[in-house]
Design a protein around this ligand. Structure first.
Ligand code: 5GP
Length: 208
């Protein structure tokens, strides 16, 4: 039987390169999947329904809250975002590890409900570099860039209660660090193994 899958919560201020980082790690590490959130935010030009998010109306999102369909949900810059419980239950039971790309409010709620969740915070090298990236990616108005920076500053104070911090200075290095964290967590004896089973030759063996 497969063990329970691990839950990796990844948070970062917008523009830190989190999406690129998560995509690279998903492509390189087997046994890992992405939890597609629901949101009331309209899709951006490059976003696909069911891949980046499930885009829903505020009314449907509200119904989902009332039906208890979210592990957690939060409001970020005027839009609602939620992690569907069904993903977590289904994949975790199959022994597939899951990445949740959610904000710090959501991370706190996940940790309260699933105390084995692993929390990883991605930091930009500096606030100036973050401003540059936000302007360069060209998705937001100047006003929105300033809003995102103000919210990033506040958000980064929350990084202190995360289990791991990664500064995304060079994407290749950040990818290696995230992979290393996931691999190390998979090797933790309290999460991955049941110790002390006797094998046929009488020695001890370990059962996953
Ligand atoms: P964006 O609109 O830039 O895609 O996301 C804005 C913020 O919402 C990001 O910090 C992202 O991590 C967060 N977010 C995305 N999905 C969820 C979710 O399901 N729950 C929570 N709490 N935050 C989410």
């Amino acid at each position: 039987m497969k063990g329970r899958g691990l839950i990796f919560v990844i948070s970062a201020p917008s523009g830190t390169g989190k999406t690129t980082l998560v995509r690279a790690v998903l492509a390189e590490l087997p046994g890992l999947d992405f939890s597609v959130s629901y949101t009331t935010r309209p899709p951006r030009a490059n976003e696909q329904e069911g891949e980046d998010y499930h885009f829903v109306t505020p009314a449907l999102f509200q119904k989902m809250i009332e039906r208890g369909e979210f592990l957690e949900w939060a409001e970020v810059l005027g839009n609602r975002y939620g992690t569907p419980l069904v993903n977590v239950d289904h994949l975790a039971a199959k022994g597939i590890d899951l990445i949740l790309d959610i904000d710090t409010q959501g991370a706190k709620k996940v940790l309260e409900k699933l105390n084995q969740a692993v929390l990883i915070y991605i930091l930009p090298p500096s606030l100036d570099s973050l401003r540059e990236r936000l302007v360069r990616r060209g998705l937001d108005s100047t006003e929105m860039v300033e809003m995102r920076l103000a919210s990033a500053k506040k958000d980064m104070e929350e990084a202190r209660w995360y289990h791991y911090l990664i500064v995304n200075e060079r994407i290749e290095e950040a990818v290696e660090k995230l992979k290393a964290i996931i691999i190390a967590e998979r090797c933790r004896k309290d999460k991955a193994l049941i110790l002390g089973k006797k094998n046929r030759s009488g020695g001890s063996s370990w059962q996953g």
